[in-house]
Design a protein around this ligand. Structure first.
Ligand code: TAP
Length: 504
């Protein structure tokens, strides 16, 4: 593990807690110190649960280790929450919602969300490093994307909190009550923000569980809730295994559940709550088509293909994991792509020049490797650029498969790793047919010079998000969500807020 040395803070006001007070002005979301990997992530040896505004030991007294996938070294011990902790969290959330949070005017709730956003900005370097250590993603991504985007979600929803009547003109908007939320490991901090910000802006209270692989920033975010003076019980964070997630989802106090994760677990949860009157949002898996037509600016498209599948090591629900490329330019695109992949730097995620970091866990690495075997056995041709991987840690070189057909498992199943399946097509109709030939429907990309073709494709592609001449663009104002087995409900924007309220 690299040596982490504390840097002198440029911000003078420091509180009793030892942390800088929030800046008073709306700062530049994208303004960061140029060398975050040298900052101190201020990690503790052990983290507790966050219930009713306090950090408390789990009822069982048990803890689990969170491990740095880039080094295989233990980072810290995390509390293993179980049934008694989930019950305590729901009791605290219910009380807070009924007695304090649900009664506060929106303009007062907004102040807390603004404060949380500013505190997160103030501790951005620390959170970026902790996220990279816990997840393995490159520091340039956590520094420039995950952390600023998480702050942006709190800012955005703070802005809505006193204007909620405008999300449904003519109707009265009311909170649902207590919301149970479970999130995955691929964007640990950002998923916390996606889930918590709209829920509490609307006046709901929250019980949330992060993934076992990446619990660190979830509980560090709870430190920010405490520093922001968020009333006890408004947000409760329970670290622990999938079974604890099941308890959160099925708890009778939850008026709504919001789950982000695999389609497989999503189906288990849906079965467990079938027949209840809980409102639900399910953000599940994907197998997106990134479609390149022969009139596209090819160099730009190649950058979009690389970003689409190798961002966050391809561990992205909306990753462009299927490249559909028009036959007339397929050879040129593949040659350009191979050239580009030779220049990617795979390795230490804390190095700010790294493009492809570590895979989140040994289990996930094994699962990706098994798909490489499957692809080769199915007759596809595997190619990886030459690269030296670190001796320790869970690494996978960027991988492409050519000679892939629609029926191959590598073209149908979510691999959730840096693996691209390349499939040629001849006509627009064939591209649409192939793109939609999947049980998923989360996202798609279209690369073409023709505006009319973009409009046709975005109408006919069965995907919640269609990017044109770009990929992986996100914004808190823009709703995100899927069709078919990619789930239902939307997160972000006005639509996301509608999923956290009742209209009376
Ligand atoms: P999952 O294995 O489904 O885990 C997601 C979360 O559910 C984790 O916190 C997990 O806890 C918990 N969990 C496991 N079993 C559960 C159960 N029976 N009841 C309730 N909760 C349970 O997914 P993952 O491997 O973390 O993440 C990758 C998947 O998430 C991919 O399929 C990806 O496409 C999807 N994803 C979707 C989106 C959107 S917006 N559609 C965004 C990101 C990721 P443990 O970690 O303790 O097992």
């Amino acid at each position: 593990m690299p040596t982490l040395t504390a840097k002198k803070s440029k911000r003078p006001p420091v509180r009793a807690s030892g942390r800088a007070a929030p800046a008073l002005i709306f700062g530049d979301l994208w303004e960061f110190d140029p060398a975050p990997e040298t900052a101190d992530p201020k990690l503790k040896a052990r983290y507790e649960l966050f219930i009713d505004g306090q950090f408390v030991a789990p009822a069982s007294g048990n803890y689990f280790d969170t491990v740095n996938p880039a080094t295989e070294q233990k980072i810290a011990e995390m509390a293993l929450g179980g049934a008694a902790d989930v019950d305590a969290a729901y009791r605290a959330a219910d009380k807070a919602q009924k007695t304090v949070w649900g009664k506060l005017p929106g303009r007062e709730r907004a102040k807390y969300l603004y404060r949380i956003a500013r505190l997160l900005q103030d501790r951005a370097r620390e959170f970026a490093i902790a996220e990279t250590m816990d997840n393995g993603k490159p520091i340039k991504e956590t520094r420039d994307f995950d952390v600023p985007m998480a702050a942006a979600h709190f800012f955005y929803h703070a802005g809505w909190a006193d204007k909620l009547e405008y999300i449904a003109p003519g109707r009265r908007v009311a909170p649902l009550g207590v919301v149970g939320q479970v999130i995955p490991w691929n964007f640990p901090l950002l998923m916390m923000a996606w889930k918590i910000a709209p829920a509490i802006a609307m006046g709901n209270c929250v019980v949330i569980k992060p993934a076992t692989n990446t619990p660190l920033n979830a509980i560090k975010l709870a430190e920010i809730f405490q520093d922001a003076g968020l009333p006890p019980g408004v947000v409760n964070v329970i670290t622990g295994p999938g079974s604890t997630g099941g308890l959160i989802m099925a708890h009778p106090t939850a008026a709504k559940i919001a789950f982000t994760g695999s389609t497989e677990v999503g189906k288990v949860i849906l079965r467990s709550v079938a027949g209840s009157d809980k409102k639900m949002t399910m953000e599940l898996g994907g197998k997106a088509a990134n479609i390149v037509f022969d009139d596209a600016p090819l160099d730009q498209a190649v950058e979009g293909i690389v970003n689409g599948i190798f961002f966050n090591q391809g561990q992205v629900c909306c990753a462009g994991s299927r490249l559909l490329v028009q036959e007339s330019v397929a050879e040129r695109v593949v040659a350009k792509l191979k050239n580009r992949l030779r220049a990617l730097r795979v390795g230490n995620p804390l190095d700010k020049n790294t493009d492809v970091g570590a895979i989140v866990s040994r289990g996930q690495l094994d699962s990706i490797r098994s798909y490489l075997d499957i692809g080769v056995k199915e007759g596809a041709e595997l190619w990886q650029p030459p690269c030296r991987l670190p001796a320790k840690g869970f690494y996978m070189p960027p991988t492409i498969f050519t000679g892939v057909s629609q029926s191959h498992r590598i073209a149908r199943e979510e691999i959730f790793g840096p693996v691209l399946a390349i499939i040629p097509f001849r006509t627009v109709e064939e591209a649409i047919e192939k793109a939609n030939n999947t049980p998923y429907g989360l996202s798609a990309g279209v690369w073409t010079d023709k505006g009319s073709r973009i409009l046709k494709m975005s109408t006919e592609l069965k995907a919640g998000v269609v990017w044109a001449n770009t990929f992986n663009q996100f914004d808190p104002t823009s709703p995100f969500g899927g069709y078919k087995e990619s789930g239902f409900g939307r997160e972000g924007g006005r639509q996301g807020l509608l999923d956290y309220c009742k209209l009376v």
